[in-house]
Design a protein around this ligand. Structure first.
Ligand code: FAD
Ligand code: UDP
Length: 370
């Protein structure tokens, strides 16, 4: 008899397994249908011996001391600030759009102050910013929107930015200075020995039992447990009662090249051309030294593993129905990017899992005889 069955060994499931086992001494069975722990953050060494991210580049960043300190119990860190270039009009230019992007693209020599006016002269007036198109055209105008955002977003999401919630392109700021970092968070670092090693540390507790290649539906009637934490897709849990929640998928092409380096930074985005959205060169993230280099090309897809909840009003509405049902389902907690249908970064999922643990502490007595 387990105190908890946890479905999914990604950040949401693993943080909760660790907390419940360590703080409450409870017995946890954590399962995952995949053959590994770590969820989408899983990394592994490829045939050349290079550390790659199986499900695309994962860069850790957070403004929360609490989240950073918590994860620091399970890993040391390698300081890393992420930089991305976008391939536009035959040039590789900084994204987020900054002073060097504009000067480089148009052969100008603007100052930051002049760039503020330059943007203002091109920005469109939008009464109420609702969509991902509104966000960009209201800041930098239509031409830069077309060059840097429209094509990328169409590929990535399969819908026009005008049909996507503003939260999607709001993830990428616009700058008038020369800061070319992708993120400005206080903590930016990669787990020194990789994510999978960090997850191994997190789950290395005698009260935690791990079963991989195990689907919830196949074991729910066989395993004895008192309470459930579900981190898979919430619509799947409720057997699609209100219809399917759409997710965007990706297929990943991993390649190794017989040369030391391929591109000038870790990620090159391709908004205007190719079927893939971006190319990642892992050695920038890991600091690994090697005579070869491994890359991943990301091809967006409608079908496949669910990677991205799609932020559109009708999807939010459908999720609300599932969420309502979830609230009426006793002894089950729904946590993580798929179970709460939120476009969350890793740190946000860790924060959500830690907050869920607090709720459990308040609501569920740690009584092993229950
Ligand atoms: P997941 O990692 O998806 O884990 C859920 C697990 O549940 C999966 O392993 C799945 O196999 C398992 N599961 C589901 N259903 C079942 C079932 N029925 N039975 C058994 N097992 C089941 N975040 C960042 O902070 N920085 C980044 O740079 C970044 N890059 C990203 C790049 C890509 C391409 C993607 C897709 C995401 C990226 N993210 C990034 C987001 C990050 O991956 C997520 O925030 C985080 O991994 C979510 O953790 P989770 O535990 O909620 O979900
Ligand atoms: N985006 C874009 N062009 C870019 C980078 C991002 O149009 O060069 C848009 C696109 O819609 C993307 C969103 O901004 O899905 C968020 O970008 P982010 O890099 O945060 O995506 P993620 O890493 O989550 O895939």
């Amino acid at each position: 008899m387990y105190d908890w069955l946890i479905v999914g060994a990604g950040f949401a499931g693993s943080v909760l397994a660790e907390r419940l086992a360590t703080e409450r001494g409870e017995k946890v069975l954590i399962i995952d249908r995949r053959p590994h722990i770590g969820g989408n953050a899983y990394d592994r060494f490829d045939e050349a011996g290079l550390l790659i991210h199986q499900y695309g580049p994962h860069i850790f960043h957070t403004n929360s001391d609490q989240i950073f300190d918590y994860l620091s119990r399970f890993t040391q860190w390698r300081p890393y600030e992420h930089r991305v270039l976008a391939e536009v009009d035959g040039k590789q230019l900084p994204i987020p759009i900054n002073l060097d992007t504009i000067n480089g693209l148009y052969g100008l020599d603007l100052t930051s102050e002049q760039l503020t006016d330059w943007f203002a002269a091109r920005a469109e007036t939008v009464e109420e910013i609702k969509t991902s198109e509104d966000v960009v055209v209201s800041q930098v105008g239509r031409e830069l929107y077309e060059k840097f955002f429209r094509g990328y977003t169409l590929k990535q999401w399969g819908v026009d930015p005008s049909q996507l919630d503003k939260s999607v392109t709001s993830r990428v700021p616009t700058r008038t200075n020369r800061d070319d970092r992708y993120f400005t968070d206080q903590h930016q670092a990669m787990p020194l020995n990789g994510y999978t090693k960090m997850f191994e540390q997190m789950l290395a507790h005698p009260n935690i039992h791990i079963m991989l290649q195990t689907d919830y539906a196949d074991v729910v009637d066989e395993v004895q447990f008192k309470r459930l934490i579900f981190t898979g897709p919430i619509d799947e849990f409720f057997e699609y009662r209100f219809g399917r929640l759409p997710y965007r998928s990706l297929s990943f092409e991993h390649v190794t090249l017989e040369k030391e380096w391929h591109q000038p930074v870790a990620v090159v985005n391709c908004p205007m051309q190719h079927d893939y959205t971006r190319v990642t060169e892992y050695k920038y993230l890991t600091g690994q030294q090697h005579s070869k280099t491994s890359l991943t090309y990301e091809y967006p897809a409608a079908d496949g593993d669910p990677y991205y909840p799609i932020p559109r009003p009708e999807n939010a509405e459908r999720f609300r129905k599932y969420d309502e049902l979830a609230r009426q389902t006793p002894d089950v907690w729904f946590v993580g990017r798929l179970a709460t249908y939120r476009y969350y970064n890793m740190d946000q999922v860790v924060g959500q899992a830690l907050a869920t643990f607090k709720r459990i502490q308040a609501e569920v007595p740690a009584d092993h005889s229950l």
